[in-house]
Design a protein around this ligand. Structure first.
Ligand SMILES: Nc1ncnc2c1ncn2[C@@H]1O[C@H](COP(=O)(O)OP(=O)(O)OP(=O)(O)O)[C@@H](O)[C@H]1O
Length: 385
């Protein structure tokens, strides 16, 4: 599925704007603060009804506006699709897919799958294991939507077991009620571990290939590190039972897949601790590209990939390799201050969008959101208001 166009109304810096994307690589250029990331975020918001940048979604509504509205058009073998996302802070979002009101855009078939690289996503390599677990579980859900519920079931059982541990500590419940919850937790836990392991097994070869292709030198490895080695629900339940005393002491469950991790290694050492910033960035990009290919294999179409300011910390060789990869298949959008930072950016298969005026200044409201496509001539774009 190819995303063909996006109309923005009162989204971040954009009062009203219309953007057409190319079927392959699209490069968005503009000076610092021009609104490049805002546009990338708008694409993500229109595809998912969520921000990839903030959990405080009221931030996306343009200063002084009451609500924002995005309209996205895409095409696949079945024809043209339309998605609209309306958002007024404090109210439920209004979502439509191909004209019908929906609660959720997932599974509507009216928008492409999308993955995003923002500079602060480096946290996925550098930050706490919880981020990597959550990411891995999202990949599991994207590969096999029917398995998305396993993580929710596990989390619910974990919360119940932790509540029970507190009650036992407070003398309001007996230890005799624990085995039933251990069995429940272990049942979902083993399923969750199996999905995570299967996903990392699929990603591992592609990850290594992309890491090397992008120029992350040395032997690289993506590794799933489960906390438990149990192969069956009974074995995991037994492990939980063995640790009851320490769990009761702490007041929460200290063992199980909620303590798993995913590690990025190079030459046997963790990129998180020993990699340079550029190497960590390449590791993350290799992961996103590997996921994109696996999703393409599973669903027959590569997800749209959005890359914000990815060029700034890559040297010329690695920039060239990344752009070659992106131009080879699927749809990608990349932001950068200068088109010259994208080797091959002037080739005819690359679509160039220059943000001519994303300045937030009241006297320039009429020209806010002017997005020109093609040559960087100021005023080429039209304010769609
Ligand atoms: N809700 C909003 N309404 C209006 N303007 C906003 C809103 N949220 C952020 N902005 C403005 O958006 C601008 C930043 O835009 P953006 O992050 O897209 O820039 P950029 O082109 O990616 O810049 P850089 O190259 O520096 O990363 C800032 O001037 C900020 O004040």
């Amino acid at each position: 599925m190819i995303l063909t166009g996006l109309t923005l109304r009162d989204f971040r810096t954009y009062h009203a704007a219309e953007v057409r994307l190319g079927p392959g690589l699209t490069v968005i250029t503009g000076r610092n603060g021009a609104g490049k990331t805002n546009l990338l975020e708008a694409i993500y918001f229109a595809c998912t009804a969520r921000s990839c940048r903030t959990s405080n979604e009221r931030e996306v509504v343009r200063f002084g506006a009451e609500l924002t509205r995005l309209e996205l058009t895409s095409e696949d073998a079945l024809g043209r699709h339309e998605v609209t996302v309306g958002f007024k802070p404090g109210e439920a979002k209004r979502l439509k897919a191909d004209g019908a009101a929906v609660d959720n855009l997932v599974g509507t078939g009216a928008r492409p799958l999308v993955s995003v690289f923002l500079p602060d996503r480096l946290e996925l390599v550098l930050g706490a294991p919880a981020l990597r677990r959550a990411h891995l579980d999202q990949v599991v859900a994207a590969l096999w939507p029917s398995r998305a519920g396993t993580r929710r079931s596990y989390s619910a059982a974990l919360a119940q077991r932790n509540a029970l541990l507190s009650s036992i500590r407070a003398g309001r419940a007996s230890r005799a009620s624990l085995p039933a919850w251990d069995a429940e937790l272990a049942r979902h836990g083993v399923a969750l571990m199996a999905d995570r392991a299967a996903t990392v097994d699929r990603l591992r070869p592609r990850y290594a290939q992309h890491a090397q292709g992008l120029g992350l030198e040395g032997e690289v490895e993506l590794r799933y590190r489960p906390r438990s080695t149990a192969a069956t629900a009974e074995a995991l339940a037994a492990e939980l039972a063995e640790r009851v005393d320490s769990d009761l002491e702490r007041g929460f469950t200290g063992h199980g897949p909620h303590r798993d991790d995913l590690t990025f290694r190079r030459e046997g050492r963790e990129l998180r601790s020993y990699g340079s910033r550029g190497q960590q960035r390449l590791g993350l990009l290799a992961l996103l590209l590997a996921e994109r290919e696996e999703l393409a294999t599973e669903h027959g179409a590569a997800p749209l990939i959005l890359l914000d300011d990815v060029m700034s910390e890559l040297d010329a060789t690695r920039r060239g390799r990344l752009v070659d990869l992106l131009r080879r298949e699927g749809q990608a959008v990349i932001t950068t201050t200068e088109l010259e930072h994208v080797p091959g950016g002037k080739e005819p298969d690359v679509t160039w969008i220059e943000i001519v005026d994303g300045d937030v200044s009241p006297r320039r409201l009429a020209s806010l959101g002017v997005v020109a496509q093609g040559a960087p001539t100021p005023g080429l774009g039209q304010d769609a208001a």
